[in-house]
Ligand binder design. Structure first.
Ligand code: XMP
Length: 323
């Protein structure tokens, strides 16, 4: 019988057997898969696991705290947080091209993670032999050379790390689909916000600023994004929407009027989509009153934004993200 309880018991036993008295490392991305994989391994081997979270400064509001506080509180996991915001912002300086951004973010991520890994090994000795990965069944099938769909954007999944031959992999979610992973996460007592999290790209807000990525622009986008998420959640729409990227058109300005005067600010794009697997998508027909509330709040509360627009393009031809 398939039950989350059985899956957990089975994996816990298998992981204990595999690891013995040695040690493991797991990279957390803030996403569902790495969180559930880490929680499972934590349940199996406790303090023999060390998690690493690279804060690249491109997360949405509250997400880093969610990992640092809520995830740790729920699991008791040993966590090493690397604050690498400066490093990523410096590397991204002057870069507007989407693929270039992805390459830089992926490259820096690997470097920072490898350094953290080396530090952990220096602290804990050569018994660190395992790397935990949140690989799901569909990932296994895909990398097995299955359908071979064209990779239009280079997807640097922050959870996916370079193959390091010195590590053996622990992949406790290899037989599971996404909805099953969520159920396992729930059973393990992970916070709802992590278990039910909608897809979010590894390069984060770095690919939701059309134009150069700067700290000021990130802060502005974080505020706008938080408002949109808050209102969508309040309206009970989270389960109806696959995801809703909020995009800052940093290179575009338009004229507006606010208070006593003329403004010349940036537009924010809302990109709510419905989808089954992100390969195709349709734009979500959100209630007008919800859109109105989001628009009013963003233009009132976020300085330098004087216009909110909704993307009504399906995929194809548009992708879900703008970059
Ligand atoms: P697109 O924009 O290609 O996105 O329609 C399809 C899905 O993939 C996510 N996405 C990414 N995920 N790294 C990721 O881990 C990336 O570079 C990346 N680009 C897009 C996107 O959010 C959507 O769910």
């Amino acid at each position: 019988d398939w039950t989350t309880g059985n899956v957990i018991d089975e994996q816990v036993e298998a992981i204990r057997e595999q690891v013995g008295d040695r040690r493991a490392i797991c990279g957390l991305s803030g996403g569902v898969d790495s969180a559930v994989a880490a929680a499972l391994v934590q349940k199996a081997i406790g303090s023999q696991l060390t998690c690493v979270y690279v804060d690249h400064g491109l997360m949405r509001k509250g997400e880093t705290e969610q990992v640092e506080k809520d995830f740790v509180a729920a699991t008791g996991v040993q966590l090493k947080v690397v604050d690498a915001e400066e490093r990523f912002l410096t590397a991204l300086k002057g870069v507007s091209d989407p693929e270039e951004k992805r390459k830089i973010i992926g490259r820096e991520f690997i470097r920072v993670f490898e350094q953290a890994q080396a530090e952990i090994i220096a602290d804990e000795g050569p018994a660190v032999e395992f790397l935990v990965q949140g690989t799901l069944y569909p990932d296994v099938v895909e990398s097995g050379g299955g359908t071979g769909t064209a990779n239009i954007k280079s997807h640097h999944n922050v959870g996916g790390l370079p193959e390091d031959l010195e590590f053996q992999l622990i992949e406790p979610l290899r037989k599971l689909f996404k909805d099953e992973v969520r159920m396992v996460g729930q059973e393990l007592g992970l916070p709802e916000e992590i278990v039910q999290r909608q897809p979010f790209p590894g390069p984060g807000l770095g690919i939701r600023i059309v134009g150069e990525v700067t700290k000021e622009r990130l802060d502005l986008l974080r505020d706008a994004d938080a408002i949109a998420r808050e209102e969508l959640t309040a309206a009970g729409l989270d389960r109806d929407i696959w995801q809703c990227p909020v995009v800052l058109l940093a290179d575009v300005r338009s004229v507006g009027v606010q208070g006593d005067g003329r403004t010349y600010g940036h537009p924010i794009v809302l990109r709510p989509v419905s989808s089954e697997d992100a390969m195709t998508a349709d734009w979500s027909r959100l209630p007008y009153d919800v859109l109105a509330k989001i628009s009013t709040r963003i233009t009132n509360e976020v300085s330098d934004v004087n216009r909110v627009v909704v993307d009504i393009t399906s995929k194809p031809p548009g992708t879900i993200e703008w970059e």
